[in-house]
Design a protein around this ligand. Structure first.
Ligand code: ADP
Length: 604
């Protein structure tokens, strides 16, 4: 809608401007044509004036030649007169040739031509009577005459200059020079404009346009027509008017006028200018067709239309670009706002992430705490299970000590002091035994160090087996321990390795609860840089799925199990850069393999 309105506005403005341009161009071109035609007719007028001036004084000059008196004064009846005339004609012929005059001729007082420069030509003036011509009538009164007319015998347009020939103060003849008006064509060739030369009444006797010749610029009244016809100045020409204007004044004001074209009776508009030739009594009128202006107007309108079209295009595209730029700027603003918004959101989510991370770290710490609490719980659970055998082990020496003590009291009453002393020795031994048992029990109570100590692997194995000895016996498990060389040293904490072995033995004992001839084996071997401890049993063993999962926390198949024993054990061994893996024992059952870095004598 907006677009079509814009288009209509552009077209309407374009049309209005075109009309203005057309009008302006028309006025300008018209003025230019008027100036040009005015300049041209002035120039032509000046040239023509100069030419006519050349001839105007000649008849007077020639009339003074005494040789002209003879033929004029000669006796009309004398037989030698013809001869005289011929001689004069020859003289005139010479003059005409020298002065480039059309004809020079001598007329007597009766108007008869006695001698003429064209005396030898068929249309010779000799013998013709020009008494009716105004230039003759003027000359015999003693005044030089000028006159334009069609030649009566030659039918050629001419301008006539006449002067009286005097003899003893009286006029005895007339000297006449006829100038052919075709000389105008020699001095002036027009292409752009039409021009005419008209007499004081407006009759055109010379014209660049043939159809206008011997017509009047304005309508003549009947009396004028008759007078002109009688003078035979323009032969029998009809003198039809070219315009309908009342007076010649209209044609003297550089205005546009309409000229009826004799060829088709149609009118055409012209810009007109005139130049008055006062001496001759003529006026030159120049006409420039206004139709020439239309061509310029069309050109100007076309050029302006193209310019306006291009300008409209440029302005439109500039406007579109401006609009697009504005839209882009708006889009940019929006985008920036969006970016700011997104950045804020991002900052918020970043903050949230940080918070979450902090929360995660807190939960990690809490988890660690829980984990170590769980480890402790697992150890306690293990202790609970071990307490039975420990109790059993302590109860036995305690009961023995009690028996020895009661026995000693009885022996004291009987004063058998030696036996009492023996009993006391036994009590001391038993006390030491209890102390040893408690010392081992303490192993579980204390936390192991994570530093890599140099430990004799066999010691850890022995401590673990002796701690579980009673339980093994109670469960009827046969323990097969291989060679335990004292020179196999490991880089690990003895207590923690012992805890791992106890845990593995404990699991094996549990796995063997319903086994036939239950057995547990322990093997120690040194391999280059590693020490390998293998603990196997002939229990039910583990399927593939279980083997994958037993080291993950809380995996248990026991109703009262925590599922942390193996996880903790693997962690402990990992901490000493070792490995704990499970495999199938060749004779059935499970086989756990501990590897630990070997410590040699010099690597301390
Ligand atoms: P828990 O003893 O509390 O179950 P553990 O991590 O010590 O936790 O053991 C995980 C599981 O591994 C046990 O529940 C048991 O199913 C399996 N397992 C451990 N040792 C043996 C073994 N020697 N023979 C068969 N299964 C075993």
């Amino acid at each position: 809608m907006q677009k079509s309105k814009c288009l209509i506005l552009i077209v309407v403005v374009g049309l209005i401007l075109n009309v203005l341009i057309a009008q302006l161009t028309y006025q300008q071109v018209k003025q230019h044509l008027a100036d040009k035609v005015s300049l041209d007719v002035d120039l032509l007028g000046q040239k023509l004036d100069a030419q006519l001036m050349r001839y105007s004084k000649l008849p007077e000059l020639l009339a003074n030649d005494p040789r002209l008196l003879q033929p004029l004064l000669a006796d009309q009846t004398s037989p030698s007169k013809t001869n005289q005339y011929h001689q004069t004609s020859q003289l005139l012929q010479q003059w005409a040739a020298t002065l480039s005059a059309d004809t020079i001729y001598l007329i007597n007082l009766q108007g008869e031509t006695l001698a003429a420069s064209n005396w030898q030509q068929p249309d010779s003036f000799v013998g013709q009577n020009y008494a009716y011509r105004p230039y003759f009538r003027e000359a015999i009164t003693g005044t030089p005459g000028q006159y334009f007319a069609l030649g009566a015998s030659s039918d050629k347009r001419g301008y006539y200059f006449s002067a009286p020939v005097y003899h003893q103060q009286s006029v005895i003849g007339v000297m006449t020079i006829k100038v052919d008006l075709s000389l105008i064509e020699d001095i002036w060739q027009y292409e752009d404009i039409e021009y005419v030369i008209a007499d004081s009444q407006g009759v055109v006797f010379y014209s660049s346009e043939n159809n206008w010749l011997y017509r009047s610029l304005i309508p003549l009244d009947e009396a004028q027509r008759q007078r002109i016809l009688a003078s035979r100045q323009y032969g029998n020409a009809r003198l039809d008017p070219l315009t309908g204007y009342a007076g010649l004044d209209k044609l003297r004001h550089n205005e546009a006028i309409n000229i009826r074209q004799p060829a088709d009776e149609k009118s055409a508009a012209y810009v007109v200018a005139n130049h008055d030739m006062a001496q001759a009594g003529w006026a030159i009128f120049g006409f420039s067709p206004i139709s020439a202006a239309y061509q310029y107007v069309a050109q100007a309108v076309l050029m302006f239309s193209v310019f306006y079209f291009l300008l409209s295009l440029a302005v439109t595209s500039w406007w579109q670009t401006l609009k697009a730029q504005k839209a882009l700027a708006r889009l940019n603003d929006k985008l920036e706002q969006l970016v700011v918004k997104r950045t804020n959101t991002l900052l918020e989510s970043n903050q949230q992430l940080k918070d979450t991370l902090r929360q995660y770290e807190r939960s990690q710490a809490e988890l660690k705490q829980t984990q170590s609490e769980l480890v402790q719980a697992a150890k306690l659970a293990m202790l609970g299970e071990l307490s039975a055998s420990i109790n059993h082990e302590i109860n036995q020496p305690l009961a023995a000590m009690r028996t020895y003590a009661e026995n000693s009291r009885k022996l004291l009453n009987k004063e058998r002091y030696d036996s009492v002393a023996n009993n006391i020795d036994e009590i001391i031994k038993l006390n030491q035994m209890v102390a040893d048992i408690i010392a081992r029990f303490k192993v579980f109570a204390r936390k192991g160090s994570e530093h890599n100590n140099r430990t004799v692997a066999a010691d850890s194995i022995r401590s673990a087996t002796s701690l579980l000895r009673n339980k093994l016996i109670k469960e009827g498990v046969i323990l097969r321990v291989g060679d335990l060389p004292a020179d196999i040293l490991i880089n690990a904490d003895a207590v923690q390795v012992e805890q791992v072995i106890i845990n593995l033995l404990h699991n094996a004992i549990q796995a063997l609860s319903s086994a036939h001839q239950p057995q547990i084996g322990i093997q120690l071997a040194a391999l280059d840089t590693l020490v390998e401890i293998r603990i196997w049993d002939n229990g039910p063993g583990l399927d593939d799925d279980q083997k994958k999962r037993i080291f993950t926390p809380f995996f248990t198949t026991k109703s009262d199990g925590l599922g942390l024993g193996l996880t903790i054990s693997r962690r402990i061994i990992d901490a000493f850069s070792g490995t704990l893996t499970v495999t199938d024992h060749p004779g059935g059952g499970a086989e756990f393999v501990i590897t630990l870095p070997r410590s040699t004598e010099d690597t301390q």
